[in-house]
Write a protein that binds this ligand. Structure first.
Ligand SMILES: NC(=O)c1ccc[n+]([C@@H]2O[C@H](COP(=O)([O-])OP(=O)(O)OC[C@H]3O[C@@H](n4cnc5c(N)ncnc54)[C@H](OP(=O)(O)O)[C@@H]3O)[C@@H](O)[C@H]2O)c1
Length: 323
């Protein structure tokens, strides 16, 4: 099999195309021929810093380091005891370092069956590959951790900071589909896009304090921060009595501090994809109620360029790599 990998965990080492032995699926595992890979900021953060890098170094497989979580493809072999999947099935899923699995920047991955979700023929695998980390995180932020269904429809007000990003676009749509009055914060160039996703109001973060302008729409049941540079206290000031500030972009010391200062109001999140968590997202894409926008599609061998683009923080939608 072919993969884009670092030879070691050394920060700054470039990804290079490597040949690795193609693994056989063991009991409960499924081997997938990867057709598309979704790029997430964690893929490049893991190469340089952060708690996930530490966890992957300790818990993950030995180098060469194949980064990446999201993939969509076609099952090509199943291990003993796998009932739900067979060769030829179209699937989407996420790899998991904590299970000693290699990442998804490859033409082949081996994962456990519970990490996979079937993809109907009507859903393009390139689109499906955009869902695992971004979609699961967005849905967890709004529905699970955000508990949007526990409040009366009239109290369902959601503010999404970073509404034009991969997670933000999905969070806006999920919040709107739950009947929430949804406000998206983005730059002027993305205002039309975010309104088209179902946001009831859009705030351009360019001129001045976006949180101060969001006050006109408060109190919010949820403030979903997909950017990480908005002050925690400012986000919490916009919340209703039972509201929550969900820190999607919460892997820095300042966010960790928010958890100490306001552990009940500010919550961090880990959008770990599983088959079950992917099911409602794939179903929503299939029935047309959830739209995925792809920022750019590149060959897998251009993973370094994809990371350069993702690092810029200026992408509108999802970057996809094609093995
Ligand atoms: N906790 C988890 O499990 C989890 C899961 C997924 C992602 N994350 C984290 O969440 C963050 C977002 O991820 P992503 O994949 O959505 O990233 P992304 O797609 O790269 O987000 C980029 C978007 O952010 C917008 N943006 C930048 N600065 C902004 C600001 N000050 N206000 C409003 N919007 C702004 C940009 O719009 P403009 O170009 O118009 O400025 C761009 O559209 C990252 O830090 C990522 O690591 C965490």
């Amino acid at each position: 099999m072919r993969a884009m990998a670092q030879r070691s965990w050394k920060a700054g080492e470039r990804l290079a195309l490597v040949e690795l032995p193609t693994p056989e699926p063991r009991k409960g595992e499924v081997r997938v021929g990867v057709r598309a890979v979704g790029v997430n900021p964690v893929d490049w953060k893991m190469r340089s810093h952060g708690p996930l890098r530490l966890a992957a170094r300790v818990l993950g497989p030995r180098p060469p380091v194949v980064v990446g979580v999201d993939f969509a493809g076609v099952v090509d072999a199943v291990g003993p005891g796998v009932a739900g999947f067979a060769p030829g099935d179209r699937v989407v899923g996420g790899t998991d370092f904590s299970r000693r699995q290699r990442g998804s920047y490859a033409d082949t991955v081996v994962v456990r069956a519970d990490q996979l979700c079937a993809v109907p023929d009507s859903v393009d695998l390139t689109v499906a590959a955009a869902l695992p980390v971004s979609g699961v995180t967005a849905r967890m932020a709004v529905v699970d951790l955000g508990r949007i269904r526990r409040v009366q429809p009239a109290e369902r007000r959601v503010l999404v900071l970073g509404a034009s990003g991969a997670v933000g676009q999905l969070a806006v749509q999920i919040a709107a589909s739950e009947g929430a009055f949804t406000v998206g914060v983005c730059s002027a160039r993305n205002a039309e896009l975010v309104a088209g996703l179902g946001a009831d109001a859009v705030i351009d973060y360019g001129p001045g304090d976006a949180l101060a302008r969001a006050r006109a729409h408060a109190p919010f049941h949820l403030v979903v921060d997909c950017v990480g540079s908005y002050p925690g206290a400012g986000c919490r000031a916009l919340l209703s009595a039972r509201g929550r500030h969900i820190m999607v972009a919460g892997d820095d010391p300042a966010s960790a501090l928010q958890l100490l200062v306001a552990p009940r109001r500010s919550r961090s999140i880990l959008g770990r994809p599983t088959g079950r968590r992917l099911e409602p997202l794939v179903a929503a894409v299939a029935d047309g109620s959830l739209r995925v926008s792809l920022a750019q599609t590149l060959p897998l061998t251009e993973a370094e360029e994809a990371h350069r683009l993702s690092r810029s923080g200026r992408m509108t939608g999802k970057l996809i790599l094609l093995p």
